[in-house]
Ligand binder design. Structure first.
Ligand code: SF4
Length: 311
């Protein structure tokens, strides 16, 4: 949950998740839909699927958690960072856990001009991070560097005068610590315009399920949408995407929604199905009341649109 989300945002999700799935056995026994619904709003649903798959693997193999870094790396969804963080903290394995915060701290200590995301740069970061590790307390040591990155060595205005590593830090001596890490080209921002349709009947909203083989948000429910077009065209576009024919009504508002490097400018419109309430073809459709929506995995955008409608 914390890989792309701030602690304050993730906390209520985490608490609800742990309450519902208090053990690896409970998580493994749960239906994937239930797991996804508890992840709903956090994005990156593939992580929830993999977490669920990892729980199943652990239970299938006897219910014991792996006891080595390599064992953790074999679990679905567990990469180098997660494996190093877990095993250094729980098993005192001497492995640096390099997340974004640690990468920033170490690249500043080194005054590194290479892009830390490229091979040469990342090797240097790993070597220095390994040097920093206290062999007796690798877990505490990893957490200390992560915490330093989150509190003092922040992306903007690092507080070097309070930093215990200042005397060892090349970036601090340049007087421009913020210049590090030196990152290569970022992905360009792609702008999209979209129309999202609110189709309501007897207090229920019409949602569609994204195909299970989608590259993004597979199996997650979303509101019907089409690329933003003139009114008469958007009715056709919605019909082409979802089957049946709709009637687009008034605009309920506009909002912006960002997914990695894609910025969506969204117009939220009311819409009706012309030929009754059946969606005969196209992807799986469903009607949901507000309380029912809490029990299914929905995209983050659904939450934003509901807020706008309640606004
Ligand atoms: S001295 Fe400044 S730039 Fe260097 S690690 Fe500490 S906070 Fe970061």
């Amino acid at each position: 949950m914390l890989q792309q989300t701030r602690v304050e945002t993730a906390r209520p999700y985490f608490e609800r998740f742990i309450e519902t799935f208090p053990s690896v056995e409970a998580l493994a026994a749960a239906d994937v839909e239930a797991v996804l619904s508890h992840w709903s709003g956090l994005g990156y649903y593939q992580r929830a699927r993999r977490l669920h798959a990892a729980a199943r693997r652990i239970v299938e193999e006897g219910g014991e958690f792996p006891t080595t870094l390599e064992g953790w790396l074999e679990l679905p969804g567990v990469g180098r960072y997660t494996a190093a963080a877990v095993t250094s903290i729980v098993l005192a394995v001497r492995e640096p856990a390099i997340d974004g915060n640690v990468m920033r701290v170490v690249s500043r200590l080194l005054g590194q001009e290479e892009d830390p995301k490229k091979k040469v740069g990342s090797r240097a970061i790993e070597a220095r991070a390994r040097d920093l590790l206290d062999p007796e307390r690798p877990g505490d040591s990893n957490q200390a560097i992560m915490e330093l990155g989150a509190t003092l060595c922040r992306p903007r205005r690092p507080r070097c005068s309070m930093c215990p590593l200042e005397s060892d830090c090349r970036a601090a001596t340049t007087g421009e610590p913020e210049r590090y890490p030196v990152l290569g080209q970022r992905l360009p921002l792609l702008r999209h315009r979209r129309q999202v349709a609110v189709v309501e009947s007897t207090g229920r909203l019409l949602l569609f399920r994204r195909p299970v083989d989608s590259a993004r948000m597979a199996g997650i429910w979303e509101l019907p949408w089409s690329d933003w077009a003139r009114k008469e065209k958007s009715e056709v576009a919605l019909g082409d995407r979802y089957g049946g024919r709709g009637e687009v009504g008034v605009t309920r508002g506009r909002l912006r929604h960002c997914v990695t490097n894609r910025l969506f400018q969204i117009e939220v419109v009311e819409a009706k199905l012309r030929s009754g309430l059946e969606v005969a073809e196209g992807p799986e459709a469903g009607w949901f009341s507000r309380p029912e929506l809490a029990g299914v995995p929905v995209t983050g955008l659904v939450g934003k649109v509901l807020k706008l409608l309640d606004g």
